[in-house]
Design a protein around this ligand. Structure first.
Ligand code: NAD
Length: 504
C-alpha cells in the first residue's frame, strides 16, 4: 500500500501519528484502494475519550465549546457551512470514489449539506429556555445544557450527509463530539476536521476516529465516560451497542433500517407513478434506509404500471460513477452483491409454494470488467415473502398487486420496520385517510425521500429510537436543568400552628 495515502485520525486539532494497525478504503466501482486509515485500538480510544472529557470540562472560555456563547456557536457553524459550500466539488469527488454512487447523485446531495450546519447554527442562536407556570411566589427557569462527550457512529451510504446532520446538532448544543465513521467510507468525514478548525471550532471539540465497527466502534460505545451514543446503522449494531448504553445509563438515538412501502393508488397517472417508483427504488442503487423497496400497487393500474416500470428499469444506465450520464452506480462491496443475489435466488425458489416472477435484472454485473454492481431488479412477489419483509439494501425491489386500499395499508404496516412510506394518490380524502393509518416515522404524500434540516427524521418499531433533524435532534443533545427560585414561601411543615403548609 506504499502508493496509497494514509489519513490518520483527527484528534485535538491535528492528524495524529498513524496507528500501527490500518485498514484499506476501496473504491467499489473499480476495486482499487483509495487510502488507508487508522484501525484505532481500545487504548487509543480510551485516551481520546479521556482527553475529550478534559476539553468538555475546561473552564477556559477560549478553549471550552460548552462555555461558548450562543452567538459564538452560531458564528462557527455558519462559517463551517460557508467553507463547506465553497469546497463541495472536492467532497463530491471523494464521496463518489468511496461509495461508488453516481456523481450526479452526489452533486445534488452534497449541495444541500451546508444547510444542515446553517440550520443548527440558527437554532443555537435562537433556542430559548423557559419559565414554567409554577404555582405560588416562585420562579422556575428551565435551562438546556450540553450533555458532555457524545459518540456518533455513522454508516457508509450517505457518509457526509449523515455525519454532518449529527455533528451540527451536537455542536450547536455545546457538546464535544467523537465521530466514528464507517470503515467503508470514512474519507469525506476526516476532511471535516480541518474545515471546522478553520471555521474557529476549538481544538479537541470534534474528534474523528476510524476503525472497524466490531473493534473501534465497540470500544468507543463501551467507554463509561460518554454522555450519549448516536448511531445510524443496522439493527444488529444497535443491539450490540444498547447493553453498553444501558450499563452506562446514557441515551441512544438510533436511526436503523427500513422497508419503505410505496403505496400507489389508481388516481395517480401511471407515467407519474412509474417515475415515482424509479426514484424511490433505485436512487443510491437502493442503498438508503428509505429505499422504496416494496411497491404496493392497486390492481386497477397494476398491469399498465408494471409493464412501463419494467421497460424503464431495463433502460437504466448502469455505469462508471464518475460519468455524469450514469444513473446506477456500484453497490458498496462484494458482500452487498452477494446479499442481493441471495435475495433474488430465495425469492425465485418459490418459498411457501407461492409464485415469484423476475421481471428484470437479477444478476451481478461489472463495468469495464471491474467493480461491485448489481442489475436493477424487479420481482413480483407476495406479502409474506422474505423479499417483501426484509431489508435488502440494494437494487432488488418487490412488487405486490393489492386489491384494495385496505390491503395496501395492511401490507404497508406488516413488516417489523416503520421508517419511511410514500402514498401516491390524486384523491385528497384518500391521502388523509391512508396517512392516518400508516405506521411510519415519515410519510410522504406524492413525494419520496424529501428531507430538510428542520424536519424530524426517524423511525418507529425496529427502525429506531429518537430523531435526527429539527428541534428534536438539538434537544436530544441537551439536558434540562430546572431551577426553582422561591421569593415568598418559607418552609413551615413542622410548625404545628400552620394549617395549610405546602408540601410540593
Ligand atoms: P452498520 O450497522 O454495519 O454500520 C454502521 C456503523 O456502525 C459503522 O460505523 C460501523 O463501523 C459501526 N459498527 C458496526 N458494528 C458495531 C459495533 N458492534 N459496535 C459499535 N459500532 C459498530 O450499517 P451500515 O452497513 O454502515 O449501514 C447500513 C444500515 O444503516 C442499513 O440497515 C440502513 O437502513 C441503515 N441506515 C439507516 C438510516 C436512517 O436514517 N434510519 C440512514 C442510513 C442507513
Amino acid at each position: 500500500m506504499a502508493d496509497v495515502p494514509h489519513i490518520s485520525n483527527w484528534v485535538d486539532g491535528a492528524f495524529s501519528s498513524p496507528a500501527s494497525a490500518r485498514l484499506v478504503v476501496v473504491n467499489p466501482a473499480d476495486e482499487s484502494p483509495i487510502a488507508t486509515v487508522d484501525a484505532t485500538s481500545r487504548e487509543q480510544v480510551d485516551e481520546i475519550v479521556s482527553r475529550s472529557r478534559q476539553h468538555f470540562s475546561s473552564p477556559s472560555p477560549s478553549s471550552s465549546w460548552a462555555q461558548a456563547d450562543a452567538s459564538e456557536r452560531f458564528s462557527v457553524l455558519s462559517q463551517a457551512a460557508t467553507l463547506l459550500r465553497a469546497r463541495i466539488p472536492e467532497f463530491v469527488d471523494l464521496e463518489v470514489r468511496q461509495t461508488g454512487r453516481p456523481v450526479r447523485e452526489m452533486r445534488a446531495q452534497l449541495a444541500r449539506i451546508p444547510e444542515w450546519l446553517e440550520y443548527f447554527a440558527g437554532l443555537a442562536r435562537v433556542h430559548e429556555g423557559a419559565v414554567t407556570p409554577f404555582k405560588g411566589p416562585v420562579v422556575n427557569t428551565l435551562v438546556r445544557l450540553p450533555l458532555g462527550v457524545v459518540a456518533q457512529v455513522t454508516p457508509w451510504n450517505h457518509p457526509l450527509l449523515i455525519s454532518t446532520k449529527k455533528i451540527g446538532a451536537a455542536l450547536a448544543a455545546g457538546n464535544v463530539v467523537i465521530v466514528k465513521p464507517s470503515e467503508l467510507a470514512p474519507l469525506s468525514i476526516l476532511k471535516m476536521g480541518p474545515l471546522f478548525q478553520e471555521a474557529g471550532l476549538p481544538d479537541g471539540t470534534l474528534q474523528i476516529i476510524c476503525g472497524y465497527g466490531r473493534d473501534t466502534g465497540k470500544f468507543l460505545c463501551e467507554n463509561p465516560s460518554l454522555a450519549k451514543i448516536d448511531l445510524t446503522g443496522g439493527l444488529a449494531t444497535y443491539q450490540a451497542i444498547a447493553p453498553a448504553a444501558g450499563r452506562n445509563m446514557i441515551p441512544i438515538t438510533a436511526e436503523l433500517g427500513g422497508k419503505a412501502p410505496v403505496c400507489i393508488f389508481p388516481s395517480m397517472e401511471v407515467e407519474q407513478a412509474v417515475k415515482a417508483a424509479l426514484f424511490a427504488s433505485f436512487i443510491a442503487s437502493g442503498q438508503t434506509c428509505v429505499t422504496g423497496s416494496r411497491l404496493l400497487v392497486h390492481t386497477d393500474i397494476y398491469d399498465e404500471f408494471v409493464a412501463l416500470l419494467t421497460q424503464r428499469t431495463k433502460a437504466l444506465r448502469v455505469g462508471d460513477p464518475t460519468d455524469p450520464r450514469t444513473q446506477i452506480g456500484a453497490v458498496i462491496n462484494k458482500a452487498a452483491v452477494e446479499r442481493c443475489a441471495a435475495f433474488v435466488s430465495r425469492a425465485l425458489a418459490q418459498e411457501n409454494g407461492s409464485k415469484a416472477n423476475l421481471l428484470c435484472g437479477g444478476k451481478p454485473t461489472t463495468v469495464n470488467q471491474r467493480g461491485f454492481f448489481f442489475e436493477p431488479t424487479l420481482i413480483e412477489t407476495h406479502s409474506k415473502s422474505d423479499l417483501a419483509c426484509n431489508e435488502v439494501f440494494g437494487p432488488v425491489i418487490a412488487i405486490l398487486r393489492c386489491k384494495s386500499e385496505d390491503e395496501i395499508v395492511r401490507i404497508a404496516n406488516a413488516t417489523e420496520y416503520a421508517l419511511g412510506a410514500s402514498v401516491w394518490t390524486r384523491d385528497f380524502a384518500q391521502a388523509h385517510r391512508v396517512v392516518g393509518k400508516i405506521e411510519a416515522g415519515i410519510v410522504w404524500v406524492n413525494g419520496h425521500h424529501l428531507n430538510d434540516p428542520s424536519s424530524p427524521w426517524g423511525g418507529f418499531k425496529a427502525s429506531g429510537v429518537g430523531k435526527e433533524n429539527g428541534r428534536e435532534a438539538y434537544e436530544s443533545y441537551t439536558k434540562v436543568k430546572s431551577v426553582v427560585y422561591n421569593y415568598g414561601v418559607l418552609p413551615t411543615w413542622f410548625d404545628d400552628e400552620e394549617g395549610n403548609a405546602r408540601y410540593g
